[in-house]
Design a protein around this ligand. Structure first.
Ligand SMILES: Nc1ncnc2c1ncn2[C@@H]1O[C@H](COP(=O)(O)OP(=O)(O)OP(=O)(O)O)[C@@H](O)[C@H]1O
Ligand SMILES: [Mg+2]
Length: 245
């Protein structure tokens, strides 16, 4: 009888540089995928992505573009410095905020939707500077700017255009406290991966930051929640230690 050997192609992976996390993800994040980073306010969504970008730049010369639609560049950079990241060098992590975006727009904003504007800006930036990793912070801010008639369809085309550019894209989604919904318009189904961050009360007084890989296409990842820590210098994950009440 003929035996058909199935050759599974190796997926190039982006390392997270969060101690212990790559192993949980099955090796890392597949390059070229779209990953939703969903979390309640203050769960280190921004810091985590900037950290991955910075470390990939340092270790492999990867260039990243961080589009911040709400928080301005100075406050974002100050936050990164306070988290032990030092100075974010523009040559590796370029932060584009709303102020710069508006100044750089040659066309009238009102005549174009923000999905098209962002697609064009990213295309130009990738062609001229060779970015490989992109973050959009946040989807909610993007929706607030755009007048979306068919959100899911527009999101589908937007993500498709980013994928054509070969980018690994992080989409930051703000989830309200107490909500189980990760995204508004089905981005959780459209995305290749989802990392969910939330604060969990442990016992009477303690709160623990938890990270869970809800999905990561092509990877045999661990689905359990982990505790995410930052020790002033670096990020690391550990097993969740639940306390009896
Ligand atoms: N030096 C530090 N060490 C550990 N944790 C810190 C440090 N500095 C700030 N934090 C925590 O990080 C949080 C802010 O991180 P960050 O801005 O990345 O979160 P975020 O999820 O992007 O927030 P937002 O929802 O406002 O966008 C703070 O609320 C604080 O709890
Ligand atoms: Mg943030």
């Amino acid at each position: 009888m003929l035996r058909m050997d199935v050759v599974v192609p190796e997926v190039p992976l982006l390392q997270t540089y969060v101690d212990g996390l790559d192993r949980v993800l099955g090796g890392g994040i597949p390059k070229g995928s779209t990953v939703l980073i969903a979390g309640t306010p203050g769960t280190m969504k921004t810091s985590l992505i900037l950290w991955m970008m910075q470390e990939n730049g340092r270790a492999h010369g990867v260039k990243s573009l961080y589009i911040s639609l709400e928080q301005d560049m100075d406050s974002l950079k100050a936050g990164a410095a306070r988290m032990g990241m030092g100075v974010l060098h523009e040559s590796t992590v370029y932060v584009l905020d709303m102020g710069q975006l508006r100044r750089g727009l040659h066309r009238a904003e009102s005549t174009k939707d923000w999905f098209t504007i962002l697609t064009e800006i990213v295309k130009e930036a990738v062609a001229s500077s060779g970015y490989q990793v992109l973050a959009i912070d946040s989807l909610e801010a993007l929706y607030a700017l755009s007048d979306l008639k068919t959100p899911r369809r527009e999101m589908f085309h937007f993500l498709g255009s980013l994928k054509e550019l070969g980018l690994t894209t992080f989409l930051i989604a703000e989830t309200p406290f107490g909500s189980n919904r990760l995204a508004q318009w089905g981005e959780d189904f459209l995305a290749d991966g989802i990392l969910h961050l939330r604060q969990v009360e442990v016992g009477e007084t303690e709160v623990q930051l938890r990270l869970r890989c809800v999905k990561m296409r092509w990877m045999n990842h661990d689905k359990n929640a982990l505790a995410l820590h930052h020790d002033g210098e670096k990020f690391f994950v550990s097993h969740v230690i639940s306390k009896k009440k």
